[in-house]
Design a protein around this ligand. Sequence first.
Ligand SMILES: [Zn+2]
Length: 271
Amino acid sequence: MPELPEVEVTRRSFADRIAGAQVQGALMGKPLRWPLGADPATLTGRHVLAVGRRGKYLLIHLNQGVLLVHLGMSGSLQFAGELPERGVHDHFELHTSRGLLRLHDPRRFGAVVLVDSMEDPRARKLLDGLGVEPLEPGFDPVGFHMALQQRRASIKQVLLAGDVVVGVGNIYASEALFMAGIRPTVRADRLSRPRATRLHGAIVHVLQRALALGGSTLRDFSSADGQSGYFQMDAMVYGRDGQPCRACGTPVRQLRQGQRSTYFCPRCQKP
Ligand SMILES: [Zn+2]
């Protein structure tokens, strides 16, 4: 599943190239998670101003309106002057004067939504509940600790909920908790200031490292193969149930938290 670093890598891979382009046509394939909300033909003639991001939503700002793009479970974007003929899993295309932007999404949990502005009720509904951006200055250790003190759920579930800090998905939450030495089951409001501070630093580190790794795959991104452009990090605990902890050798354990698998080292990560 594309997580925040992959979405940011995607954004960087085409934002500069598409800025200033004029839309020459748009095409919707099979229905996605949410409807576009307009006839695709109405996009023709509009200009792309910039591509931003909020959480895992890409925000394609037009001179009139904003396209919210979510990659869902299996989506990927390509942007190139020329792409192979549209395949059965390509469900959105934006033809522009600078190239073709295409959403490839086999499972169709992704979405492209056109809103008049960021104040549009549909935009507010999708974006208003999102927590602070983890890679921006608004994410600071003191504010993070204060927000955690309001929450009684486990720290892992609070991170995944995305309303304290946005975009820390299952892999990165597991890895950050390992790096901070915190057991995923610890109640969020029981974390001391020093532990919350350590976790804050670990979240930033893990996401930035993933971004740096993703950056190295950028040149593959606009290749004909729509699958490339994502990356796997060398996980310390995630997906390593029963394997020795890379730090201490104790077998990594797995447990279920709110339908999601969590991985941790029972020795390195304190309750
Ligand atoms: Zn360990």
